[in-house]
Ligand binder design. Structure first.
Ligand code: SF4
Length: 393
């Protein structure tokens, strides 16, 4: 799932967040009797469903009503909407899309630069024929025909849409909301089959990370410190990763065998607060870490004023996977520490170690006979996961 779309840095569209139109002057103002009044904003309807398939069904139902021509959009992942064949052929479309838009390799996505062909509700309805409730496959087909990105078009269409269809987690997960630029304040939210919402809310406030991801994040941040990129901000984040990794390593001996292929230990929220306290991560110190993370995510840095204009330079940032690990861990910590740790007991933190079974190749024994293959247990990386317990969701 996309967490943070990047802006293309090869053309002037880099001045706006990915694909977003620069605000039009006076767009939300209207004139009446010579006086300029602020235009009354009409709430959008955000319609959340559990699966993408259900969105298609609801869109079909909408098509049968009087409101079939209402401006709409469907938010979806790049897995469903990317139209760049070089990216769709790869397993991790999010990462490849972000790499292209960051233009780190000197390449960019040509489909992204044509998104303007279908990002406007009027053009979509009256030029491209999607004037009645449509489903995501129709938008993707249109994107393929126009050679324009359906993923960013769907996001842009949200601006003037009256109805926005999306899966539940786009409305519940704070990181997805942020990356998709969804602001629910003052809007209408409709949840289809709302009895599923508890599970989804619990998932949205939980996170699972593997030791390998933490190690990669630590090394990534370490490289930033080594190359003297914002060391004052990267050093505390590196210390944060090191503390977590040390805790994971130290705790491995306390794990108990669980089933045949894994061992595990679970801590209550209160116990976890004590553990984090021992690591120096407390409600008092956490806001500082949040500030360091916000600082290292800035792609530009102000260097002064030249001829009355602010001068900025581009600064290297940590990789997208490292950003995702830190943002997700910080999201869980933010919930844990929120309102004086009021919700801590809703959480459980579990450390799980799994074993992969491998077979050794047949090797002849001392007498030249082949031995039967034997199974050996190879410990895989421990996985700490934080989850809101069923009772607390
Ligand atoms: S088509 Fe869109 S989603 Fe796919 S790589 Fe290009 S910009 Fe990203």
């Amino acid at each position: 799932m996309s967490k943070s779309p990047a802006a293309c840095s090869l053309c002037p569209c880099a001045a706006c967040p990915a694909g977003r139109k620069a605000p039009e002057k006076g767009k939300d103002q209207e004139t009446e009797g010579g006086a300029t009044k602020k235009k009354k904003s009409v709430p959008k309807i955000f319609f959340g469903t559990r699966t993408h398939k259900q969105i298609t069904q609801v869109a079909r139902e909408l098509k049968r009503t009087l409101y079939s021509g209402a401006p709409m959009t469907i938010l979806s992942s790049r897995d469903h909407t990317c139209v760049n064949p070089e990216v769709t052929a790869r397993p991790n479309r999010n990462e490849h899309c972000k790499e292209l838009l960051d233009a780190k390799s000197g390449q960019t996505c040509r489909f992204y630069h044509s998104v303007h062909k279908m990002q406007d509700q009027n053009t979509l309805q009256w030029v491209h024929g999607l004037h009645q409730a449509w489903d995501i496959e129709e938008l993707v087909r249109l994107g393929g025909r126009l050679r324009a990105c359906a993923y960013y078009a769907a996001r842009e269409l949200m601006q003037d849409a009256s109805i926005v269809f999306c899966p539940y987690n786009y409305l519940l997960d704070p990181l997805i909301r942020e990356s998709m630029e969804i602001n629910l304040k003052g809007q209408v939210v409709v949840l289809d089959e709302a009895h599923n919402i508890e599970d989804c809310a619990r998932e949205s406030a939980s996170y699972t990370v593997e030791e390998g991801q933490l190690l990669a994040a630590r090394d990534d941040i370490d490289a930033m410190v080594t190359y003297n990129v914002r060391p004052a901000h990267h050093q505390p984040l590196r210390a944060f990763c090191c503390s977590l990794l040390n805790w994971v390593q130290d705790s491995c001996s306390a794990l108990q065998e669980r089933e045949y292929e894994s061992s595990c230990k679970v801590w209550t929220g209160t116990e976890v607060l004590g553990i984090f306290h021992g690591l120096g991560i407390t409600p008092a110190t956490f806001p500082m870490l949040q500030k360091h993370l916000a600082a290292v995510l800035e792609k530009e840095e102000r260097v002064g004023v030249v001829n009355g204009r602010e001068d900025t330079v581009q600064v290297p940032t940590i990789s997208s996977p490292t950003q995702a690990v830190l943002k997700s861990l910080f999201m869980v910590l933010e919930f844990l520490f929120r309102n004086n740790c009021k919700f801590a007991e809703d959480y459980r933190v579990a450390l799980q170690q799994t074993y992969a079974w491998t077979t050794q190749p047949d090797l002849p024994d001392a007498h030249g006979f082949f031995a039967r293959p034997s199974a050996v247990a190879a410990a895989t990386a421990p996985r700490p996961w934080c989850t809101r317990s069923a009772s607390g969701a």
